[in-house]
Design a protein. Sequence first.
Length: 277
Amino acid sequence: MNFRLRNVLLLTLTQATSSTSLTLVSAVGSLAGYALASNKALATLPSTMSVIGTALSTIPASLLMKRVGRRVGFVVGALCATAGGGISVAALAHGQFWLLTAAALLLGVSVAFAQQYRFAAAETSLPQFRSRAISFVLVGGLAAAFLGPMLARATVRLYDVTYLGSYLCVPVLGLLAAALLTGLRMPPPAEEAVRIGGPVRPITKIVRQPIFVVAVLAQMMGQGVMNLLMTGTPLAISSSSGTSSGCSCPDSSAARSCSAGASAPSSCSASCSTSWR
């Protein structure tokens, strides 16, 4: 198999694996926080810490991969998910809300690495195939929109401690992603692989462009709405069930709808941007 096609296939599978972990945690995270928190107003704090971890780690993750390469960087990210999942399991087993919150920060760090799979797909592909390669990788997220909530529902009561079975899936998925990524063979150097022509522009010049500002604002609003829906929906459903402790079994259909709504447009966005620019 051509190494470029192999890389795209591995990145697609890894995207599906890491996104399954993400959607699984999105389905049960706020409910687990509600179950452990003495102050129920803090139920969504683990989800918030995950977003903060991603925001704080995005630039460091890029700088690390520039130094050590995509494969090593991605494996580090997958191992962060493994460690975060393991700490989450310990937090649930011992009923420690603040430990669960700290673990969520580490899970957010892993997302910062996983969000760059699409860029690796562009780097490993020929110019005429880049938009399709990005779309193929993002399709993995669409599959995860269904797999994650289904897995959460199947494992939420697997053990006496509610949600423990769901969180046990996270380190397993992290190790699976790390194993897949060891087969990645990126063409060095990555910067030359995606350069269209001309000198590289400094970041200060890029961030002053109106198109960059609009893109950042759109991302902020879209990500904010998505996080609101994916963390608030399980709690809203549990509240409507009429139980004081909250429903322990996440509604997989609602979680699938939120995740699929967020993932489906991405499968064609790369091709559309190429056609409309």
